[in-house]
Design a protein around this ligand. Structure first.
Ligand code: ADP
Ligand code: MG
Length: 327
């Protein structure tokens, strides 16, 4: 049975229920890329979809943009069911693909015109929208430049501008910062934040850079095609609770035993390249206690820090792996 269309003013830009996508695998078995996703993204929200390579992020975007058909389950985007009304969905979304799709030999303006023609936009509207999207991208005076003359970060801003040309209800960005240097990455996020604040754009952004997901209103963590955690960056980190206390000492091997004896009984104390570390609530309060215990055993403490949970800790907590190892 087909799900009824959601009216777009229901407040949801994206809604999925039990969304599944299986691909035929190389040896005849199915590859389950997406295994039953329930997502609700509100209008005007910036939603970060976070997960390692192969987690199912690009497949989810393809389903939500009606570029691939779900194996089962439902998804509606901008009020239209992706299976029943794929054309309506496609007209209302903008997609920034993981691997750019600009023609390097055409100028900035020509690339926009190609896009406008694909979407059948009337000429006057194209003129107006071109000015409107190039301004915020800082590209107005470069509109006659060939794309190949632009830096990586500037090209990415142009791709975003192009996807905004037809005034989509939802903008999907698949790893928009991958391959850029840190400065350009920060510039893209500033640009996205401005879009959201100025135009109230709904953004669905995938990334495998944990620290970048902090810029989003809400984050979903996907692993193996399943949503393993969801919430604001603050909520996700607060749910982990414990701070990480790291001590660098004159003898980390002995320090481990002393710290384990002084800490609450159920704590794992680890020694690695960073030093001796453990997780405890209210970490900074533990530092003087642990230092006193170490010094009583003749072990000097060279440095001590207490850090609240990071999104990497959140990922580890929910998957048992670190993002670095999963990649
Ligand atoms: P991500 O974007 O998070 O890196 P993808 O959605 O690209 O993940 O891939 C999820 C899983 O689905 C991976 O195991 C990938 O190999 C598989 N997959 C993706 N696209 C196809 C396809 N067209 N045919 C077969 N398997 C695919
Ligand atoms: Mg991908």
């Amino acid at each position: 049975m087909q799900e009824q269309e959601q009216p777009y003013d229901s407040g949801h830009a994206i809604r999925t229920r039990g969304l599944v996508k299986s691909y035929p695998g190389p040896d005849g078995t199915a590859v389950d890329a997406v295994r039953g996703l329930d997502l609700d993204v509100r209008r005007g929200e910036s939603y970060g979809f976070l997960g390692p390579n192969g987690a199912g992020k690009s497949t989810t975007i393809a389903l939500l943009c009606a570029l691939a058909r779900p194996t089962s389950g439902h998804a509606s985007v901008a009020g239209f069911d992706v299976s029943a009304h794929p054309h309506d969905v496609r007209r209302r979304v903008g997609i920034l693909f993981q691997h750019g799709a600009l023609d390097p030999d055409l100028t900035v303006e020509q690339n926009l015109r190609v896009h406008a023609r694909l979407y059948g936009m009337p000429r006057r509207e194209v003129r107006e929208r071109t000015a409107e999207v190039l301004g915020p991208a800082g590209l107005t005076d470069r509109r006659r430049f060939p794309v190949r003359a632009l830096s990586g970060g500037t090209r990415r801003r142009l791709e975003i501008a192009r996807q905004l040309l037809h005034s989509p209800s939802v903008l999907f960005l698949d790893e928009p910062t991958t391959g850029l240097d840190p400065h350009a990455r920060a510039g893209i996020w500033d640009h996205l934040r401005a879009l959201r604040e100025r135009d109230g754009s709904t953004l669905f952004v995938t990334t495998h850079y944990l620290e970048e997901a902090e810029h989003c209103d809400r984050i979903g963590i996907i692993d193996g095609g399943r949503l393993v955690a969801e919430g604001t960056p603050y909520e996700l980190k607060a749910a982990i609770g414990d701070d990480r206390v790291v001590l660098r000492t004159s003898d980390d091997g002995r320090a481990r035993k002393v710290v384990a004896a002084a800490a609450p009984p159920d704590r794992t104390v680890t020694v690695d390249g960073e030093g001796t570390w453990l997780r405890v609530p209210d970490g900074s309060a533990w530092i003087p206690r642990l230092c006193a215990a170490l010094e009583a055993h003749g072990i000097a403490v060279h440095a001590a820090s207490a850090t609240p949970p990071s999104l990497d800790d959140v990922f580890f907590h929910h998957t048992g792996r670190s993002m670095g190892a999963a990649r």
